[in-house]
Design a protein around this ligand. Structure first.
Ligand SMILES: NC(=O)c1ccc[n+]([C@@H]2O[C@H](COP(=O)([O-])OP(=O)(O)OC[C@H]3O[C@@H](n4cnc5c(N)ncnc54)[C@H](OP(=O)(O)O)[C@@H]3O)[C@@H](O)[C@H]2O)c1
Length: 311
């Protein structure tokens, strides 16, 4: 099968197209014929070798933590009726990924794919959708009527945060530059702050209940954002570590997104019900993955970038 893999850590040029044997599903695993994977910022961090302590990789490594595809075989202990179903998963960070024709994935991580969108596009949902859900529901406990500020709404996670916050009944303020403005509006944002013109901290007139920070900002910038949160509110960050403000009872939470088949099934249902949109900016082919990593390094990507493998 075709796969993109790297044998040494480094810049995007370490990514090489290779012809390798198909994996065999082990006990508890399903073999998936990959329809698509996506690019996530963590793919670049893993490739560069910055996460070797947290996620040691067996080299050569195939990247790609999101997968959509069709189950073609199962290993011991897995229900055979899975074969032929269309599925999604957020794959383990340090296992062989989905930038390949086939991937063997733990069957307990699989959710049925939504049916209202192309299977290729459904790959946009797993890791970014789960990050958004866990930030809003598990960490921020967002409720109807809450004022939620999404900082970095133009990215892959941001579109899902905006859509899910609206679904939960929140009033949503979102930062977006000119290139992402329309997509963030379509995701459901009530107010959009163009961060390229006005610093977000100056553009939020009234305090908010929740800030979801998706931008790699400085500790000082994050404290300034926390100051825009009402007493008793919550700051959730996927990037820069968040600290609480004990005097004002502002909680802080840092997201470490995890795979969860039940939550992913719920997200797929929200897509099918029309409550959650996929913001897909570009679709590339497998051989384009090194170029996609280069574009990511230049900040040239927005929304979700899908890597189509077997349509
Ligand atoms: N901790 C975890 O478990 C976890 C999980 C998922 C992601 N993350 C991290 O969370 C971050 C967001 O992930 P992602 O996949 O959404 O990233 P992404 O798709 O790479 O985000 C790119 C977007 O960031 C926006 N942006 C850049 N600088 C900004 C600024 N100063 N203010 C507002 N927006 C800005 C840009 O918006 P415009 O297009 O509007 O300019 C761009 O579209 C990444 O750093 C990622 O590594 C962490």
């Amino acid at each position: 099968m075709h796969a993109i893999r790297f044998t040494t850590y480094g810049d995007p040029t370490v990514l090489e197209l290779a012809e390798i044997p198909e994996p065999t599903p082990g006990p508890g695993e399903a073999l998936i014929r990959v329809a698509a994977t996506t690019f996530n910022p963590v793919d670049a961090t893993l490739r560069a070798g910055y996460l070797q302590r947290q996620f040691p990789l067996d080299l050569p490594h195939i990247p790609g933590i999101d997968v959509s595809g069709v189950v073609t075989a199962v290993g011991a202990g897995v229900d055979r009726s899975l074969v032929g179903t269309t599925v999604l998963a957020f794959l383990p960070m340090n296992a062989a990924g989905a930038a390949a024709d086939y991937v063997a994935a733990p069957a307990n991580l699989l959710a049925l794919a939504p049916t209202s969108v192309a299977l290729v596009d459904a790959a946009a949902l797993p890791s970014a959708g789960l990050t958004a859900w866990q930030a809003l529901v598990e960490h921020a406990s967002v409720h109807s009527g809450a004022r939620v500020l999404v900082n970095g709404a133009g990215g892959g996670v941001g579109g899902f945060v905006v859509g899910l916050a609206k679904h939960l009944g929140a009033y949503v303020l979102a930062t977006a530059g000119p290139r992402s403005r329309d997509a963030v509006r379509a995701a459901g944002a009530d107010e959009i702050i163009d961060y390229t013109r006005t610093p977000v901290t100056e553009a939020v007139p009234e305090p908010v209940d929740v800030v979801i920070n998706l931008v790699r900002n400085s500790a000082t910038e994050l404290v300034a954002l926390r100051d825009r949160i009402a007493d008793g509110g919550v700051l959730v960050s996927t990037t820069t570590p968040a600290e609480p403000d004990a005097d004002r009872k502002v909680r802080a939470a840092n997201v470490f997104a995890r795979s969860d088949a039940q939550q992913l099934t719920h997200l797929a249902a929200l897509v099918d019900g029309g409550a959650l949109r996929l913001d897909i900016s570009e679709r590339y082919l497998l051989a384009d993955l090194p170029r996609v990593h280069e574009l990511g390094a230049r900040g040239a990507l927005r929304g979700k970038t899908v890597i189509q493998i077997n349509a």
